[in-house]
Write a protein that binds this ligand. Structure first.
Ligand SMILES: *Cc1c(COP(=O)(O)O)cnc(C)c1O
Length: 352
C-alpha cells in the first residue's frame, strides 16, 4: 500500500515545516525504482536501480524541493516567487506557484531551454523572460532582484529546496532497508548531489540506514567546472539541464564527493547521447539527456574497473525524456515515412 500522505507530511520531522506550513502538494515523491537488467549485463554490477524522478508531477526531481520552498514562501506571506532556470526549475516553480495561488517569474538562458519545459512554464501562467548568456548570468540577475525584495527566490540557493530534495535519499533507504553502495547522479548547479548527501547523512544518523553510499557526480565535458576546479565562462553541452558554468552549491558537491569517498567526473556529449538512447531502447525508460549523464558515468566507471566492489548501485534519472522532444526526434535520423494507407505501401516502407 503506497503512503498516501503528501511529501511534506510524510517527512515533516526531517523538514523545516511546522503545523502552520500549508500542506501544498501535487503528488510529488514516491517515484519508481526500476531494475536495470540490460545495464547490469553490460557492466557486471549485480544490482542497478533507476530512481525515476521524471515521474514527479512536473516531470523532474525539482518538485521535491519546490513544494517545500513554495509552501514556506506561502507560510511567510509571500505573493510571488522568482527563479532562474535551465527549464525544469521554471516548470516546477510555475506549477507549484499556480497551485498556491502565487505569481511566478522565470528567467531563462535564451535559446537553451527544451521545448517541453518552456511549454510548462507558459501553461502554468509564469511570466517568462529570456536573457542572453548562460544559466549563470540568469541566476545572477534573479539573486539581485530577490535581494531587492521583488519576490522569494526559489532556486536551489534557497535552503528549503535542498531540504525537500533530500527526501529522495530517505525513500531509497526505506525501500532497501539501507543506503545503496553507490549513487550516480548528474551535476549542474550541484544542489541535488548536495541534497542527496545531506539526506544520506541524516538517514544514517537517525537509523533509517546503517551506512552511507559513495557519491559519484557527473558533469558534461563542456560544462565541467567541478572537474576542472574552476568556473567555465561559456558552458556547452546538449544536456541543457546541466549546462552550468559556476555551480551555486560548489562546496556542497565537493563535500559530498570527499566525505563519501566518491568522485565527480565528466562525460562527453556523445557518451551522454549513447546512454540516453540505450536507456530508452534497452531498459524502456525515457529520461532526458542530462539524466543520462549518470548512466554514461556508471558505464565509464565500470569500464575502468572503478566501482570498488559496489554491488547495489542507484542511478538518479532526474528528468523525463518528454521534456526534450527535439532531442528524441534527432535519433530518428530523418523524416518519418508517410505512405498510402495500404498494407503493401506500409510493408514497403518498413523494408526500406
Ligand atoms: C536541475 C537538473 C539537473 C541538475 O541538478 P543540480 O541540482 O542543478 O545539480 C540534472 N538533471 C535535470 C533533469 C535537472 O532538471
Amino acid at each position: 500500500m503506497p503512503d498516501a500522505r503528501c511529501l511534506i507530511d510524510r517527512y515533516a520531522s526531517y523538514l523545516p515545516v511546522t503545523d502552520r506550513t500549508p500542506r501544498l502538494t501535487l503528488g510529488e515523491g514516491g517515484t519508481p525504482l526500476v531494475r536495470a537488467r540490460s545495464l547490469e549485463r553490460e557492466t557486471g554490477v549485480p544490482e542497478i536501480w533507476l530512481k525515476v524522478e521524471g515521474q514527479n508531477p512536473t516531470g523532474s526531481f525539482k518538485d521535491r524541493g519546490m513544494v517545500v520552498a513554495v509552501a514556506k514562501a506561502l507560510e511567510q506571506g509571500a505573493r510571488m516567487v522568482l527563479c532562474a532556470s535551465t527549464g525544469n526549475t521554471a516548470a516546477s516553480a510555475a506549477a507549484y506557484a499556480a497551485r498556491a495561488g502565487m505569481s511566478c517569474t522565470v528567467i531563462l538562458p535564451a535559446g537553451q531551454v527544451a521545448a517541453g519545459k518552456l511549454a510548462q512554464a507558459i501553461a502554468h501562467g509564469a511570466r517568462v523572460v529570456a536573457v542572453r548568456g548562460p544559466f549563470d548570468a540568469a541566476l545572477a540577475v534573479v539573486r539581485t532582484l530577490a535581494e531587492q525584495g521583488e519576490a522569494t527566490l526559489v532556486n536551489s540557493v534557497n535552503p528549503d529546496r535542498l531540504e525537500g530534495q533530500k527526501t529522495a535519499a530517505f525513500e531509497l533507504c526505506e525501500t532497501f532497508g539501507d543506503a545503496p553502495d553507490a549513487l550516480f547522479i548528474p551535476v549542474g548547479n550541484a544542489g541535488n548531489i548536495t541534497a542527496y548527501w545531506k539526506g544520506f547523512v541524516e538517514a544514517a544518523r537517525t537509523g533509517l540506514a546503517h551506512r552511507r553510499p559513495r557519491m559519484y557526480g557527473y558533469q558534461a565535458e563542456g560544462a565541467a567546472p567541478l572537474v576542472r576546479g574552476a568556473p567555465v565562462a561559456e558552458p556547452e553541452t546538449i544536456a541543457t539541464a546541466i549546462r552550468v558554468g559556476n555551480p551555486a552549491s560548489w562546496r556542497g558537491a565537493v563535500a559530498a564527493r570527499d566525505e563519501s569517498g566518491g568522485a565527480i567526473d565528466a562525460v562527453t556529449d556523445a557518451e551522454i547521447l549513447d546512454a540516453y538512447s540505450f536507456l530508452a531502447r534497452c531498459e524502456g525508460v525515457f529520461a532526458e539527456p542530462a539524466s543520462a549523464a549518470a548512466i554514461a558515468g556508471l558505464r565509464k566507471r565500470a569500464r575502468a574497473n572503478g566501482l570498488r566492489g559496489a554491488s547495489r548501485v542507484v542511478c538518479v534519472l532526474t528528468g523525463n525524456g518528454m521534456k526534450d522532444p527535439e532531442r528524441a526526434r534527432s535519433l530518428a535520423g530523418g523524416d518519418i515515412a508517410t505512405v498510402e494507407a495500404t498494407p503493401d505501401a506500409v510493408r514497403a516502407a518498413l523494408r526500406s
